[in-house]
Every structure is written in structure tokens, then in C-alpha cells.
Write a protein of this length. Sequence first.
Length: 303
Amino acid sequence: MVERQELETFLTLAEELHFGRTAERLLLSQARVSQTLKKLERKIGAPLFERTSRVVRMSPLGRQLYEDLAPLHQEMDAAVARAKSAARGVEGELHVGFLGSGAGTLTGPILDVFRERCPGVEVRMRETQFRDPLGALRSGEVELLFTCLPVEEPDLTVGPVVINEQRVLAVPLRHPLAGRVSVSLEELAGETFFGVVNGAPAYWWDFHVPRVTPSGREIGRGRAVATFQELMMLVGTGQGISPVVASVEKYYARPDVTFVPLRDVPPAEVAVICRSGGVSERAESFVRAVREAVTSNGGPAPF
């Protein structure tokens, strides 16, 4: 008979494709994960993963088993969560902050999963701005926050990544770079980007709005901005240009601004963040809903 821990180990490894991360999620040692998987494979009668020193992949049989088991496991977890919620009387309000487009296209699926599990909890969404992207979380105005990485703060914990998107360059319609198929960050030496109003961590803004090109040539910093709307207005009126995430073109479009793909910058990620040291049962349930929605989507959304 197959044991529940064997199934949970298999499903988690299928999602992570990494023994270390699987062990961390399950609070087990890597050796225990490997032993449990081998035990399950002996019961099945064939390998479920193809493993080398550098990569872990599901075998065709493993993929089939995952596709059969994952929906059933999610339904079982949801049923248990609903029972726990009812038993503990989980209700009230959960305040969730978001920067920019938040979880993007995954926002609806996340809320659907959470409402099914915690029907007595009302989610209140609150927009934050990059003038102080972490302030509302630290002050307790929100308990969870969807925001752009990197977040490297000892008092905050980074949860599941929900968005992984490419970055583009926002330029005025009459700018010489407008209409280009793509542009390299190296070409932007001498251009003017924007600073940020005090409140955002310097490393965070420098990741999204670099000070130098890959070869070390300086990129100018113009006016300090506080919001996406302010940034886009300044770009549209010819006061500078700026790297932005690709979803800005969808959610913050202006008729006087166009967007050009950037070739040599890493993609941007959005994750759910919480204060370190423990969160409420409501927030824990919401993070589980986030993880389930991302998994059902096949991974983080493109934006």
C-alpha cells in the first residue's frame, strides 16, 4: 500500500525538481526524500524520475502519475483546509498589499482557491507604491504583500514567486529608440533614468533601474519618482526613459509612451512577502492558496 508521505514526497519533488528544495518544503533531510522516493518507485515498479548529478526530470510514467494525482491531492488538501477553517472559526479580514499589477493574471485564481478554503475571510486588497514598497507590510497595515524581488530584509520572509516577466524600456514616442525591435542596456549610457523618493531600498531600485551599463558606463539619474503613474507621465513628457516590467505596457499604458524589449537584463519576479516570525492562520491559508494556484498554472505567470 502506498503511504501518504510517499505521495506527498513524489508530488513535491515533481513541482520542485530539486531534492534540496523538496526537503526544505517537507521539513525532511535530502536522504529521507531520496529513500522515500526509492520506496515508492519499488512499489510502482519503475522509475518516476530521471536523475543525474545536475538535473532531475520526471519520467513519462512519473508525468502521468503526477497528472493523475495532483488534482486529487489538491481536492483533499482543500477539504482538510475547509474542515480546519470551520473548526477554528477562521474568519474576519485579511489585508493584502500589491505593487503594480500584483499577482497579475493569477490574482483571480488565487482568490478563488482562498475563498473556497476560507469562506469566512474577506480579502481586502491595498495598492502600495515604490516610494515605500515595504512600509505597509512592516507597519501591519497589510499582512501579506505581492511585490517585486529582490527583497533582502532580515525581518521579512519571501514566499512563492507568482510572476516571472521580461523587462522593457519605456520611451517617449519621438525618442530615437522608439520603434526598435530591441535595445541593449549597454546602449543607454548617457541616457537619463529616474531616481526614487526615499523609502525604497537602494539595492531594490538599482536592480530595476540600473545606475550603470554591463560594462560599467554610467546611466544618469533624473528626477525622483514615487509612483508608476508619475514615472509614466515623466517618460511621456520627454523627461527621461526607464526600464519597467513588461506588464506595465498592459496595466499602465499611455498614448505618448512606447515600449522596447531590453535584451541584456535579467527578468523580474514578483513574490508574496510576509513579516518574519509567524503569521495568522488566515495568512498561512492564503500563502497555501498562492502556492496551489501557481502549481496549477504550471509555474509563475509570464506577467
